[in-house]
Design a protein around this ligand. Sequence first.
Ligand SMILES: [Zn+2]
Length: 293
Amino acid sequence: MSSSYKPALLKALVRLVRRGAGFEIPLTAIGHEFVALYWMQSIVFRLRQAASLAKEPEAVQRIRATADANRVRNLADLPQNARNRLDLQIAKILTINVLNAFHVGKPESMDDLYSWQSGHAAIALSEKSHRFLRDQSIAVESIANYWWARYLERVNVLAPLIIDKVERDGAKRGSLARYLRILADSDGNRCFYCERDLGAVRAVHVDHVIPWSFLLSDPAWDLVLACVSCNLEKSDILPARIFIDKLSALHVDRAKLSLASIAGSAFLQKDEVDRYYDAALSVEWPSGWEPPD
Ligand SMILES: [Zn+2]
């Protein structure tokens, strides 16, 4: 059994009970919750759920395959029929190697959290465990997050802020509009990638060279101006290494300018930028994006 299935199941159950689930919880409801949890970690934050992508558990492989086939990164954008099919697939996987394995290795003095019989389409919580999940939901979810993050740390050794990524429910990000003027002043008004002059272009984006979903922050050293097509096409892919070298060269120029608004966090030593890039590569982050000619 995958080392992340147990904390995933605990987290799914505590969330379902918090939202009003009764003693009987349908496997499709658990499957639905599993999809939401793994999607955030594996598709949005690209955390590996095994030492290599090729060895990920079946549930995660199904989720990745669905995201790829539908070309969506936000779960909310997944068509309803694809979502329903995925929920059912995961519910099936639960019956094969998750539900029976969950209690294996628990202390004998501890009661089972639920009961489930092969062939049944729902698990049954006892009154005691239902009350426990409901009354202690915040604490139980923290424990599940800790347990899951500890596993993820072992298989994504160089990924930053894993606990934050596990705890997070959405990929909501702050606006970067305040950087448009600052970056135009410091770097010149050109797309960092295709070098198009942005002076005549109405829409300009601020791009994270190393994806936000890897760093989970907006340090000024990572921000550049990009034309809309480069920004959208690059998405959360790592650019080709030449752009990391170009970013470091930019930092040297920015440091000379000593603009108060970006000084400090705007400057990073070249080897530090390289280290972030290599860290993302080490967890198999997709890379090598270049603007089309
Ligand atoms: Zn461009």
